[in-house]
Design a binder for this molecule. Structure first.
Ligand code: F6P
Length: 324
């Protein structure tokens, strides 16, 4: 392996820059040429490449976003798009690819390396959702949940002062892990996630219980993918059945994706960036470099993207008990 490329794909996540830096510096250290691809798979198709060296990745470890830009590419889903991408890869003489992204990006990488075995790929989990199998944490998740916790603490102040009921919607269209963890940390009265069925009557009963014991302010965390249809919809339904408290809705949205990465995300990103390059040099292909119980582990991409992340039943129970 003489020349690798690195790209970021899908939704950005804090820590992606730290990861790019680690990939580049490890490659330089190992004597391999390294190229950055601009805007993920779109850049592969457009032939948008930048030569990178240790200096090009200086002073970025602390920055959110991604210096390589990112995109969700519909063209890469087509065989024609992937063929164009491969032609550009060949022209550059690239023989290894590091993809930092989430499940959609992993699927794209897996298909490319299956169709064109001359290029090997290693993926690194970079998404705020933490919804990949085979790693305890994805890069960006820790920063995102801390952003949510800060925001909800602020909301709690005003909710208590006015005795209001807040529905706070957090990201996670398929996964409720941001909602669950931040909800526990913020002492949410309820946490609604896509992995469990939302029962409005149960929610009303919880609110009645809190109201009877004169709780000052209620905060309910709603994952955007919850089956009851999002924070505005649930708030409307609840307000009709429970009018003792004034209801407000706050959608945290994309502020969850920005900001300087936490220490944990920087270290995770650095470690996985290093391991991905070492993995390529060891001959690994179509794998994700993740971290499980503090140890680096490689698993096949097809397993990493399985959307069967079980929500820990005890964590769910704890969340419920704590909201009493
Ligand atoms: O996958 C990361 C994520 O932030 C999800 O939590 C969210 O549903 C989605 O991306 C939003 O994507 P976009 O920025 O393209 O609207």
């Amino acid at each position: 392996m003489k020349h690798i490329a690195v790209l970021t794909s899908g939704g950005d996540a804090p820590g992606m820059n730290a990861c790019i830096r680690a990939v580049v510096r490890t490659a330089v250290y190992k004597g391999i040429q390294v190229t950055g691809v601009i805007a993920g798979y779109e850049g592969l198709i457009n032939g948008d490449f930048r030569k990178l060296d240790s200096t090009s990745v200086g002073n970025i470890i602390q920055k959110g976003g991604t210096m390589l830009k990112t995109a969700r590419s519909d063209r890469f889903r087509t065989a024609e798009g992937r063929l164009t991408a491969m032609e550009n890869i060949r022209k550059q003489g690239i023989d290894g690819l590091v993809v930092i992204g989430g499940d959609g990006s992993f699927r794209g990488a897996d298909i490319l390396a299956t169709e064109f075995p001359e290029v090997r790929v290693i993926c690194i989990p970079g998404t705020i959702d933490n919804d990949l199998y085979g790693t305890d944490f994805t890069i960006g998740y820790d920063t995102a949940i801390n952003t949510v916790v800060d925001a909800v603490d602020n909301i709690r102040d005003t909710a208590s002062s006015h005795n209001r009921l807040f529905f706070v919607e957090v990201m996670g269209r398929d996964a409720g892990l941001i909602a669950l963890r931040s909800g526990i940390a913020c002492g949410a009265e309820a946490i609604l996630i896509p992995e469990t069925k939302t029962h409005i009557d149960k929610l009303i009963a919880q609110l009645e219980r809190g109201w009877k014991r004169q709780k000052s302010g209620h905060v309910i965390i709603v994952a955007e993918g919850d089956d009851a249809g999002g924070a505005f919809k649930i708030a409307e339904i609840v307000q009709q059945k429970f009018d003792k408290l004034e209801t407000k809705v706050c959608i945290l949205g994309h502020i969850q994706r920005g900001g300087n990465p936490s220490c944990m995300d920087r270290v995770l990103a650095t470690r996985l960036g290093y391991e991905a390059v070492c993995g390529l040099l060891d001959g690994k292909n179509r794998m994700m470099a993740g971290q499980v119980a503090g140890k680096v582990s490689f698993i096949p991409l097809e397993k990493a993207v399985k959307h069967n992340i079980d929500v820990n039943a005890t964590i769910l129970e704890i969340a419920e008990i704590m909201s009493l």
